[in-house]
Design a protein around this ligand. Structure first.
Ligand SMILES: [Fe+2]
Length: 247
């Protein structure tokens, strides 16, 4: 879609509203549910064990902080207080730039933490990935939000990942920053355009969490994905919109 730069620049935001051309037929906000591609009943059954382990984590060591670089608003924090459990890590010699490493699967190895979540790791092995790279749990239990942000600013880079969760508590949304329209994710899993649209999480009471696995999808799975003519980062958006138009 064509975003309206004139309207956007009237607001004083941290990002410059830089927008990139996308195929006709794509409109934001949107996400592609992946519930049909994974075993949702199995995923839901993991809620107890994962919750229990995160609660232990909170009581003992607490995870790293989530960091939020490409935020929509300069008033929002770079480090909003939300925590992470890293199930895989790169070693110290690997590139530190996000795009150089997030789905460079050879760079990643399982952490000791992964042993604390055996049921989750078993589930991850059933996802349609040829190889996996970064894997992490993002959680909060003290009412922090994740301010609206994008993950990076490279429209030619399509990161293949699955975002998923064991319960629907986390108020996770996609945002069209021009119209202000928010679309809350109502599925247990999805893939979304994290470059051409903003996304974030509202504050909510109690413990909420989600899991993100980046990697390389299997060839068979890739063949089922419609590809945009321009802007590879918009691939999940195109898929979402094609599906919406067919309904
Ligand atoms: Fe993000």
């Amino acid at each position: 879609m064509e975003m309206q730069l004139a309207a956007a620049t009237a607001n004083a935001f941290a990002n410059d509203y830089q927008t990139f051309e996308v195929d006709p037929g794509i409109s934001y906000p949107c996400f592609r549910s992946f519930d049909e591609f994974l075993d949702v009943d199995w995923l839901r059954s993991l809620d107890g064990p994962i919750t229990e382990r995160i609660v232990q984590e909170i009581q003992t060591e607490k995870g790293d902080y989530f960091r939020n670089l490409y935020r929509l608003s300069s008033d929002t924090p770079y480090q909003p207080g939300v925590r992470e459990v890293w199930l895989s890590r790169t070693d110290s010699t690997a590139p530190s730039e996000y795009l150089d490493m997030v789905d460079s699967t050879d760079l990643w190895h399982l952490t000791d933490k992964a042993r604390d979540y055996p049921e989750l790791m078993e589930f991850i092995r059933t996802l349609p990935f040829e190889r996996t790279g970064r894997m992490l749990i993002i959680y909060d239990n003290v009412g922090n939000e994740v301010p609206a942000h994008r993950d990076h600013m490279e429209p030619d880079v399509c990161n293949e990942f699955i975002w998923f969760r064991t319960n629907l508590r986390k108020p996770f949304y996609m945002l069209n920053a021009v119209t202000g329209e928010k679309k809350y994710v109502d599925s247990y899993s999805c893939w979304f355009d994290a470059v051409n649209q903003y996304h974030g999480t509202d504050a909510c009471p109690g413990l909420s969490f989600s899991i993100r696995v980046d990697g390389i999808f299997t060839d068979g799975f890739r063949r089922s994905i419609p590809r945009p003519v321009t802007n590879a980062a918009s691939t999940p958006a195109l898929w979402a919109c094609v599906d919406n138009n067919e309904q």
